[in-house]
Write a protein that binds this ligand. Structure first.
Ligand SMILES: NC(=O)c1ccc[n+]([C@@H]2O[C@H](COP(=O)([O-])OP(=O)(O)OC[C@H]3O[C@@H](n4cnc5c(N)ncnc54)[C@H](O)[C@@H]3O)[C@@H](O)[C@H]2O)c1
Ligand SMILES: O=C(O)C[C@H](O)C(=O)O
Length: 389
């Protein structure tokens, strides 16, 4: 008789050593095959794919034990599609709702044929937005326009601010307890927009609102591992600040494993990490920005969030959240501990003992990040005033 073969894979892979966890490190770093290449490391890995070696067996179905409902708003886009596939593969997810203003039907039919347990449903157009959100535990928002060469993320504000405002209003009405993962740029402003909308709706819980900056960490880990010849799965670089240009601040002095960087290496790596989004935008030459690496990063952050909701006690990721870590910046990307209600703790200790380079960069990013936060807050307030007049 055929045997269902299930193995699990994490987007971030192997759990960090206990020593790292005590220091608040992420529980994952990078996906990893065993040395023999014959199986996935799976000590506490949750995301499901068939084991490569199961090719000898007949794979009947991937069953999951999870019960979480995830809604993706902007599911038909460059990020939305691969992200939907990755979420469909998660055994932590029982229901996957795909919402977009267009093209959802085919994607839903396509994905629903994968023999993984999450049930997929598609929702198209504003009339179906409420239905897509009903009962969601996590709402992921990649809806909005991407950059073209020559544009800054802030150039997207004019279109994406309105999209994020409208979608978060609906989340407040129809999924008020859900975690919200904002991917749409400019993240430095769209997260404050989301917070203001939720406040106006009386539905703001700062523990549940996140700007997704995981891609900065994923890139930092990849670039540092390559530069220093370190095993990918071991590398963990916290990235703090925001998600645009010099507001992206990788803390190489806090990277694990501890590595010695020359001043030139610090300058080169920091600049590469800060410009990595632009590197992709230019390589795509008008066809958009990072989508596949972003889907991977968003799936990693989603997995971390779901593990936190499930009561896993050692889940840490960097994200752009409301905090008092830097008093003059009400939103700041830091490492956070994820738990049953969302953020359990914002880990501010990494900002102590910075290198001179990092301390200078932190001071330098403050005005830019503050201006982006204020712009988001002002936008929602102006919209509200306009609606009242
Ligand atoms: N946070 C990050 O690290 C990060 C990384 C990459 C991209 N992004 C951002 O993510 C966003 C999406 O990028 P993409 O490449 O997927 O773009 P895309 O244009 O390929 O897809 C966007 C999708 O959003 C949909 N959409 C537009 N308005 C909508 C609305 N009101 N409701 C629902 N869906 C709507 C579109 O129909 C489209 O399917 C961009 O703003 C981009 O800058 C952020
Ligand atoms: O660079 C962009 O516009 C998309 C995203 O913010 C990224 O960092 O890749």
């Amino acid at each position: 008789m055929a045997v269902a073969a299930i193995a699990t894979l994490s987007f971030a892979s192997v759990p960090c050593r206990k020593q790292q966890l005590r220091h608040g490190a992420s529980t994952f770093n990078a996906q990893q095959f065993s040395a023999s290449g014959s199986h996935w490391h799976s000590a506490n890995l949750k995301w499901g794919v068939p084991r490569p070696r199961a090719a000898k067996r007949v794979i009947v179905a991937q069953t999951g034990t999870g019960s979480h409902k995830v809604a993706i708003l902007g599911a038909a886009g460059g990020i939305g599609q691969p992200l939907s596939l990755l979420v469909k593969m998660s055994p932590l997810v029982s229901a996957l709702h795909l919402y977009d203003i267009a093209n959802v039907k085919g994607i839903t039919a396509d994905l629903s044929h994968c023999n993984t347990s999450a049930q997929v449903a598609g929702f198209t157009g504003k009339d179906e937005l409420a239905g897509s959100l009903a009962g969601a535990d996590v709402v992921v928002i990649p809806a909005g326009v991407p950059r073209k060469p020559g544009m800054t993320r802030d150039d997207l504000f004019g279109i994406n601010a309105g999209i994020v405002k409208e979608l978060v209003e609906a989340v407040a009405d129809h999924a008020p307890g859900a975690l919200i993962h904002v991917i749409s740029n400019p993240v430095n402003s769209t997260v404050p927009i989301a917070a203001e909308v939720l406040k106006q709706k009386g539905a703001y819980d700062p523990r549940k609102l996140f700007g997704v900056t995981t891609l900065d960490v994923v890139r930092a880990n990849a670039f540092v591992a390559a530069r220093k010849g370190l095993p990918l799965a071991d590398v963990d670089v916290p990235v703090v600040g925001g998600h645009a240009r010099s507001t992206i601040l990788p803390l190489l002095s806090k990277a694990r494993p501890k590595a010695a960087f020359t001043d030139e290496e610090v300058e080169e790596l920091t600049t590469r990490i800060q410009n990595a989004g632009t590197e992709v935008v230019e390589a795509k030459a008008g066809a958009g920005s990072a989508t596949l690496s972003m889907a991977y990063a968003a799936a990693r952050f989603l997995e971390a969030s779901l593990r936190g909701l499930d009561g896993d006690d050692d889940v840490y990721e960097c994200a752009y959240v409301q905090s008092q870590v830097v008093p003059e910046l009400p939103f700041f990307a830091s490492r956070v501990k994820l738990g049953r209600e969302g953020i359990e703790e914002v880990v501010g200790s990494e900002l102590r003992g910075l290198s001179e380079y990092e301390a200078r960069a932190l001071e330098a990013l403050k005005p830019q990040l503050k201006a982006s936060i204020d712009k988001g807050v002002a936008y929602v307030q102006q919209q509200q005033e306009a609606a009242l007049n």
